[in-house]
Design a protein around this ligand. Structure first.
Ligand SMILES: Cc1cc2nc3c(=O)[nH]c(=O)nc-3n(C[C@H](O)[C@H](O)[C@H](O)COP(=O)(O)OP(=O)(O)OC[C@H]3O[C@@H](n4cnc5c(N)ncnc54)[C@H](O)[C@@H]3O)c2cc1C
Length: 941
C-alpha cells in the first residue's frame, strides 16, 4: 500500500505511465527487488520504464518529492548496487534497439540488450564488444557499462571505459545529454554551464596535482571498480569526454544511461587452450609474468581447492584427482585470425614456458570440444561452491586485484587468511594476467557470530589488499554497498574527496542510488543481508544470480524463475514462522497466477542455471501439492486414454465443422464470449486449432520382411489432432511419417494397445504425478515388447513427449523425428531441396536435448533458404496456450518481426506449439516431417 510521497509520486506518474508497469504490491516488489547480491532491500515501488520520456519524468517527479531512485538492468550485480528500498526503475525488455555501422566497428545500443545478444549481432562482422563478464549472456548493456564489468580477456584495455564512443545520458535533473550529438552538447553547454565548469575545474586541479594524478594513473594500470572512474579526470580535458567516462562504473549514481556507442573489438576465429598444472602457486605466477609478454588472450589461475571442487565433474581429466597438494593451474588461451599464426603462438608460448616446471607438461588443443571442456572447468568453479553449500547459507564471490608481479605472494596470503578465518571450502581463481583474483566461499548470515566472522574477515581482506599490496578491493564487480565502507581506505582522503565532489556535481540532492559507492556508514556492508531460507530441495541451491531469466517465457509477463524461487522462499518462510500473515496471504494469492499458472514448466531455465535448477520442477511440485488428494479424476482419465483421444477427435472435428460453417470471425467472437462468461475456464479457440485426426489403422503399414524395423509411437496429441484449416491439402502427420519411413526403407511397428498409451507428460506437467507415472510405465512396457526388448529403435513424432520418455525410460533406443530422420533416413532418401524460404522453430525439448542445431541442419538440407528465429520458448506449454493464451502471445511477441515476407512455411516438432506459432507468426507451421517428405519426392513402394 503506497503512502505519503510515494502515493503522490504514483499519482503524478500514472497519467503518463501505464499503471500495469508500476508495481507496489508485496509480490512484485519482492520479486523485482531481488538481485544476485547477498543484500535484500524491498522497493516501495517498481517501474518498468519504456522510453527516455518516462525516465525523465520519473527522475523529475521523484526529485520534486525527494524520493531516491535506483536503476536496474538484469540484476546480476553482486555488490548490492542494484537493490533499493525506495523506487526501482527497470530498463530491460523495452530497451533493445541497436544500430551497427557498415563494418561492425561501432555499435549503438540501448541498455536492455544482453551482452550475449549483442555479440551474436556482431558475430557476422567478426567483432564483439570489449567487456566480457562471465555473466555476459544475462547481464545487460546498462549494467555492464554502469559497473564497468570485465572478464577473462578484456583486461583494462577493452572494458567499457576504453571502448566507449558516445553516450546518451539522462541527468539527475531530467535533462538529456547526447555526447556524440553536437547540437545536444551546445544546448547542454547553455543549460548546464556550472556543471561543465565544475567538472573542468576539478580535472584541471587533478592534473595540476602530480602526486594525485600519478596515483590515479597507477591505480588504473590494474583492474579497478572501487569508487568512481577517477581516470576520467586525468585522461581527458573535454568535459563531455569526462562526463561520459565518469558514467562508466558509476553504478546508477550519476545518471541514467539511455544509449551507448561502443567501439567493437575483433573476435578471432581460431582458438587454442591449455590447462597447465604447476607444482605450486609461485611457479604458476612466475609463468604468468612470462605469459604477459606473449600473444596470450587469457590465463586463468585455479588454485588446488578450485581444481578439487570440479575434479568429479563429468568429462574432467582424470589426472585432476591425483595432483599433489600444492598444485596450481593456469588455463591459458591464445587466439588468432588464422591457423598458421595460431600454431606460431602455441609454439612461442610452449618455448617461453619451456624452463618452468610443470606437473603434466604443456599441451594446447584447438579442438572445440576439448578446449570447451577446459573452460567448463573454469566456469564451473563458482557454481561448484554454490552447489556444495549448506541450505540457508549464502555463496559469496569476492573480487580483488593485486600487482601481477606480487601475485604469488598475494594468493598465498589470501589462502592463509581464508584458512585462518575458517573458510575451508573456499576456492581461489581469477584472471592472472590482470592480477585479478576471485575467492568464493559460503557464509551463514542467520546468526550474529557468523556475521561477525564475515565482518572480521572482510576487515582483514581490505587491510591485506590495501595496506600490503595497494591493490583494488573490487576489480570488476563494482563497489555497491559491499565495498562502500572501504573506498576511502583504498583511495585515501584526497581522492575520496574528489569522488564526493563528483557525486555532488552530478546529483546534488543525492537521489540517484544513494548509499551505493559512497556511504558514510562503516557497516553498510553488514546490513540488509539477504536471507536464503530452505524452501524446497529442488531450488535450495539457487543463488538468485538471474542467469535463468533470459530463457524464461514468462519474464516480462509475470515472473522469472529467479523471482519464482525468491517469492516461494519468502512464502515458505512466512508460512513456517507464522510471521506477517497478511503478506503471506497476499503473496500466495498473487503467486497462483504469476508463479504457477503462467509457468510453462519447460525447463529451459536449467540450461543457463550454473547449478542446473529447473524451476519448472518446483512449479510442478507445487501443482502436485495442491491436488494431492485430487488425483482420482486424472487416474480415471489415464485409464481411459482411448476414450479420451476418441472424444477429443470428435470434439475437434465438431469445432472444425462449426469453424467451416461460421467462419473465423464469428467463431472468434463466439468462443471469446463463452470464454469470458466462463471466467477463463473455457479454453481459447483459435483458427489454427486442428480438426480431429483419423484413427490410425494398425497393421496397415506392415511391409516386406527385409525392411528395417522401427517402433513408431504417434503421440496422443497427434493421434487426436489432425489437420487445421490452413493444412487441408495435407495428409495427417502419422500417415506422412509412415510414408517417409517407407521411403527410407523402414517398416513401422506400432506398440500394442496404442490407443491407450501416452508418455504421461500431459498428467505430470499439471501435477498429476501418479497418473503420469502410470502412463509412463504402461508405455515403457508396451515399447519394450514392440521393440523386441529394445532391439529396434523407437520413434515418437513429438519432441516434448520423446523428451519425457527419455527422462523416464532408460532401456530403449528412443528418437525424436529430427534425430531419427537425420541418423537413419537421410542417407537413404533422395533429397531435392524445395525452392522456398522456410523457418524453423526448435521447441524447448529440442533445446534441452541440444538438437536445435540439427533441426536447422535438416531444414537446410530440405529447403534452399532457412531462417531460425531468435526466441526461447513459444509459451504454448502443452495446452496452456488454450487456457492462458497470453503466455503464448507474450512468448512469440517478437516472432513476426523476425520473419521476412518471403517466408512460406514454418516447421517444428510439436503439434501444440505449431498451433501457437501459426497464430502469432501469420504463417503456417507444421511438423518438419512434412518438409522432409516433400523434399524427398514420392514413395516408390
Ligand atoms: C555468476 C556471476 C558471474 C559474474 N561474473 C562477472 C564477471 O566476470 N565480471 C564482472 O564484471 N561482473 C560479473 N558479475 C557481476 C554482474 O553480472 C556484472 O557486473 C554485470 O555487468 C551487471 O549487469 P546487469 O545488467 O545485471 O546490471 P544490474 O545489476 O541491473 O545493474 C548494475 C548497476 O548498473 C546500474 N544501472 C543499470 N542500468 C543502468 C542504466 N541504464 N543507467 C545507469 N545505471 C544503470 C544499476 O543501478 C546498478 O548499480 C557476475 C555476476 C554473477 C551472478
Amino acid at each position: 500500500m503506497l503512502t505519503g510521497n510515494y502515493k503522490v509520486l504514483y499519482e503524478h506518474l500514472t497519467p503518463e505511465i501505464d499503471q500495469k508497469r508500476i508495481f507496489h504490491d508485496p509480490l512484485y516488489t519482492l520479486a523485482f527487488g531481488t538481485d544476485a547480491s547477498f543484500y535484500r532491500l524491498i522497493p516501495r515501488m517498481v517501474i518498468r520504464a519504456k522510453n527516455e520520456n518516462e525516465i525523465s519524468l520519473i527522475i523529475r517527479e521523484s526529485s520534486k518529492l525527494k524520493i531516491p531512485l535506483t536503476f536496474r538492468a538484469a540484476g546480476t550485480s553482486l555488490s548490492g548496487q542494484a537493490v533499493t528500498d525506495s523506487v526501482l526503475v527497470i530498463a530491460g525488455d523495452d530497451w533493445r534497439e541497436f544500430r551497427i555501422n557498415e563494418d561492425g566497428s561501432l555499435i549503438n545500443l540501448q541498455p536492455g540488450l544482453t551482452g550475449g545478444r549483442v555479440n551474436s549481432l556482431l558475430a557476422p562482422y567478426g567483432r564483439k564488444i570489449g567487456p566480457d563478464p562471465a555473466s555476459i549472456n544475462a547481464a545487460m548493456i546498462g549494467g555492464i557499462a554502469a559497473n564497468n564489468a570485465s572478464g577473462m580477456c578484456c583486461g583494462t584495455a577493452q572494458n567499457s571505459y576504453q571502448t566507449i564512443a558516445g553516450m546518451r545520458i539522462i541527468m539527475a535533473d531530467g535533462t538529456t545529454l547526447d555526447t556524440s550529438d553536437s547540437q545536444s552538447r551546445i544546448s547542454f553547454t547553455e543549460s548546464h554551464k556550472k556543471l561543465l565548469s565544475d567538472i573542468s575545474a576539478m580535472a584541471e586541479s587533478v592534473k595540476g596535482n602530480p602526486i594525485l594524478s600519478a596515483r590515479i594513473r597507477k591505480k588504473y594500470k590494474m583492474k579497478n571498480t572501487t569508487g568512481y572512474s577517477l581516470n576520467a579526470l586525468t585522461d581527458f580535458s573535454d568535459p563531455f569526454d569526462i562526463i561520459e567516462h565518469l558514467m562508466i562504473g558509476s553504478e546508477g549514481t550519476l545518471g541514467f544511461i539511455a544509449n551507448i556507442t561502443f567501439k567493437t573489438v575483433k573476435e578471432y576465429p581460431c582458438r587454442a587452450s591449455s590447462l597447465i598444472i604447476f607444482p605450486d602457486i609461485e611457479t604458476a605466477c612466475n609463468a604468468v609474468n612470462i605469459l604477459k609478454t606473449l600473444p596470450v588472450s587469457a590465463a586463468e589461475l585455479i588454485d588446488r581447492a578450485g581444481l578439487r571442487s570440479v575434479e568429479n565433474v563429468k568429462g574432467m581429466p582424470p589426472y585432476l584427482r591425483c595432483l599433489q597438494k600444492n598444485a596450481c593451474a593456469l588455463l591459458v588461451e591464445t587466439v588468432s585470425s588464422d591457423r598458421d599464426s595460431l600454431n606460431k603462438y602455441i609454439k612461442k608460448t610452449e618455448t617461453a614456458l619451456g624452463k618452468i616446471p610443470t606437473e603434466t607438461g604443456i599441451r594446447f588443443t584447438a579442438i572445440p570440444a576439448e578446449y570447451e571442456l577446459l573452460w567448463k572447468i573454469r566456469k564451473g568453479l563458482f557454481p561448484s561452491v554454490g552447489a556444495m553449500r549448506r541450505t540457508g547459507t549464502t555463496v559469496i564471490i569476492e573480487d580483488v586485484a593485486f600487482p601481477v608481479s606480487r601475485l604469488a605472494e598475494a594468493t598465498t596470503d589470501l589462502q592463509r587468511l581464508l584458512k585462518e578465518s575458517g573458510y575451508d571450502e573456499a576456492v581461489i581463481f581469477g584472471h592472472a594476467l590482470e592480477g585479478n583474483l576471485h575467492f568464493v566461499f559460503t557464509q551463514d548470515f542467520n546468526i550474529q557470530p557468523e556475521v561477525d566472522r564475515y565482518a572480521g574477515f572482510m576487515n582483514e581482506v581490505t587491510r591485506l589488499v590495501v595496506n600490503k599490496y595497494d591493490g583494488s578491493l573490487k576489480a570488476e564487480h563494482g563497489t555497491g554497498r559491499n565495498m562502500a565502507p572501504f573506498v576511502e581506505l583504498e583511495w585515501g582522503k584526497e581522492a575520496y574527496g574528489l569522488m564526493k565532489e563528483i557525486k555532488h556535481i552530478f546529483d546534488p540532492e543525492n537521489l540517484l542510488n544513494p548509499g551505493v559507492i559512497l556511504n558514510p556508514s562503516p557497516d553498510v556492508h553488514l546490513r540488509n543481508l539477504k536471507p536464503l531460507p530452505g524452501a524446497s530441495e529442488i531450488t535450495d541451491k539457487c543463488t538468485e544470480c538471474g542467469f535463468c531469466e533470459t530463457s524464461c517465457v514468462s519474464a516480462g509477463l509475470t515472473l522469472t524463475p529467479r523471482q519464482r524461487i525468491a517469492v516461494h522462499r519468502e512464502m515458505t518462510h512466512l508460512e513456517k514462522t507464522g510471521k506477517e500473515p497478511h503478506i503471506a496471504a497476499a503473496l500466495a494469492r498473487s503467486f497462483s497466477y504469476t508463479g504457477d499458472k503462467t509457468c510453462a514448466t519447460d525447463g529451459l531455465c536449467a540450461i543457463n542455471c550454473p547449478v542446473n535448477i529447473d524451476t519448472g520442477k518446483l512449479i510442478k511440485w507445487i501443482r502436485a501439492e495442491h491436488i494431492r488428494n485430487g488425483e482420482r479424476g486424472a487416474l480415471w482419465i489415464a485409464d481411459r486414454m482411448s476414450m479420451v483421444t476418441s472424444a477429443a477427435r470428435t470434439a475437434l472435428s465438431a469445432i472444425s465443422f462449426f469453424h467451416g460453417v461460421l467462419g473465423t470471425r464469428v467463431m472468434k467472437a463466439l468462443s471469446g464470449g463463452f470464454r469470458s462468461i466462463s471466467g477463463g475456464r473455457i479454453p481459447q479457440w483459435n483458427p489454427f486449432l486442428p480438426s480431429g485426426a483419423k484413427k490410425i489403422r494398425i497393421g496397415a503399414t506392415t511391409g516386406s520382411g527385409d525392411r528395417n524395423r522401427v517402433v513408431y509411437f504417434p503421440s496422443c496429441i497427434n493421434r487426436s489432432m489432425g489437420l487445421s484449416a490452413d493444412q487441408r491439402e495435407e495428409k495427417q502427420l502419422s500417415d506422412v511419417m509412415v510414408q517417409l519411413l517407407k521411403k527410407g526403407g523402414y517398416e513401422a511397428i506400432y506398440p500394442e494397445n496404442m490407443d491407450n498409451l501416452c508418455c504421461g507428460m500431459a498428467f505430470s506437467s499439471k501435477g498429476y504425478v501418479k497418473a503420469g507415472e502410470r502412463k509412463s510405465a504402461e508405455l515403457e512396457a508396451a515399447l519394450i515388447k514392440a521393440s523386441n526388448n529394445g532391439e529396434y529403435p523407437v520413434l515418437c513424432d513429438m519432441s516434448p513427449c520423446l523428451y519425457t520418455m527419455r527422462e523416464n525410460m532408460k532401456a530403449l533406443k528412443l528418437y525424436e523425428p529430427v534425430e531419427f530422420i537425420t541418423t537413419f533416413l537421410l542417407p537413404c532418401l533422395d533429397i531435392k531441396p524445395v525452392e522456398e524460404v522456410v523457418t524453423v522453430f526448435p521447441v524447448c525439448s529440442m533445446k534441452k536435448m541440444e538438437l536445435d542445431g540439427k533441426l536447422a541442419d535438416l531444414a537446410r538440407a530440405c529447403a534452399r533458404n532457412v531462417i531460425v528465429a531468435d526466441t526461447a520458448c513459444c509459451g504454448f506449454a502443452g495446452d496452456r496456450g488454450f487456457t492462458y493464451p497470453e503466455l503464448n502471445e507474450h512468448g512469440l511477441r517478437n516472432l513476426r518481426a523476425q520473419l521476412p515476407p518471403s517466408v512460406m512455411n514454418g516447421y517444428s516438432t510439436s503439434r501444440t506449439c505449431e498451433i501457437g506459432l501459426s497464430l502469432h507468426s501469420g504463417i503456417s507451421y507444421r511438423s518438419i516431417i512434412y518438409l522432409v517428405d516433400r523434399a524427398s519426392g514420392s514413395a516408390e513402394n
